[in-house]
Structures are given as C-alpha cells and as structure tokens.
Write a protein of this length. Sequence first.
Length: 272
Amino acid sequence: MREFVDLVERNTFRLLAETRDLKSNLERIDYREKVHKASFWIEYYILPLNRILDVKHSESVTSTIIDVSEYANRRRLDFEDETIRVEFEKLYTQLIQTNTDLLRQSKVLVNELLPLLERIRTESLILTGWIEFLRNPYKMDTPPLLKGSRTMVYAKDMLFKVREFFEQFSTNEVITLEDNVVEFDKWIFDRNHFKGKLEQNMPVNDFFGWCYKELQKDFTEIDTDKFFALCGLLFDSDLLIEFPKKGERINLTTTTSKISLPKLKVEPAVKL
C-alpha cells in the first residue's frame, strides 16, 4: 500500500510539473501537439486514476481500503494476544493514513490538474481553429462580430413611475397610536419555597400527585409549564426515589395536555 501511494504521488507531481510546463509552452510546442498531450493525459491517466480513487465506486481501491480498515478495526479488539492486537492496530493506522493520502491526491487531480489540462485543451482548440480560419477566411460566411444596437439607460415609463412615487408623500394620513396592554402571567417558580414544602411532607407516596395538589392551592387551572417546573424538584440529589412495583399510575389534566405518570415515592436520601 505504501508503494502504491508513493507511486501515485510521484506520478501526480510529475504530471503536474509537465502540465505547467506545457501551459507555459517553454519548449515552443505546436498547438496541435499540446492538444494531443493534454487529451492523452486526461483520458489515459487522470480519468482512470480518478475512478480508482473514487470512494463511491464499489470496486475502487479506496473503497476496498475502507472495507479492509473496518475489518481491521473490528479484529484489533477481538484477540487476547497483545501481539496480534498490535499488528491489527498497525494495519488499521496504515489504512487510515493511506486513505487520507489518496484522498489528497484525488483532490489535486480534480481541483488543480484536471482544470489546467482542460484549459490547455480548450485554449489550444480555439487557437488552432482561429489559425485555420485566418488561412482561408472566405471559405464560409461568418456572423457579424460587432452588431450595433441602441438601448436606453432608463425605462420608457420612468416619468410616470417617478410621479407616482412622489405623489404617495403628498397626502398626510392620520396615524393613531394606542397603548396595547398585554396581560401575562407573572408567576415565578420559587424553588426554595416548594422544596421546603416537600421536605415537610416527606415521605411522599405520590410525588406527581403532590405537585398537582400544590398548584391547585393557587390556581384553578394547572398550566403545563408550571407543573413540569415544579416536577423539576425530582432531580435533586438529596432525594431517594422509589418506583411502584405494580406499575401504578396517576392521570392528570393540565391546560393543554392529559398526562399519565407513575406513582413515585419520594423520601430523604440517607446521608453517609
């Protein structure tokens, strides 16, 4: 695997250097030859290698490496022998690093090398076609390169739109402001107050029923948020919770919901 990754890296860097030289045309290569070289590299190296490194392809090298790495990851935890586990650990680490290196080379191919070669091929084809046209410009009729046209920088009905815009400010509309007093519930959950009440009544055989009755002392209708805020006392660490053995439950009704809850017994926790 290490030799394969090294080979891919060397070929990628070499091809990238040759592509840049071809782009700058230091050797004064003919346009036709540049097109042939760029096309050859794309069709016989970049596209096949890209398929080899495609993780979505079920038969690609990258997909196989991922499968083997998952196998090694499972097997490195199955053996009692430390030597075997270490070998699987080495294999798994090498596979992960190999996959990372191949993905990096794939990004170089897709993001840098392939666009550069495509640009060389496209530019060369355009220049080659232009040279052929200049050699025989009267072989076929060509479209006009410059066609005169006249346009307006503003719309034809601009006068009416501007007049309509300013007319909306010419009349004064009567604006009435009213104070809208919104009533809202000012109830604030006093944790210490209810915690003291709970400690006075402990042990409590039905915790949720006790919360419901405490709220009924102040409200005719029980709000769901207030009920669950009071139920938050259940999470205190100094409480000992006992679940019912027979699955006894209590049904409660709030302003928005019907709730079925178990009958929990709550008593003080034993301090060591």
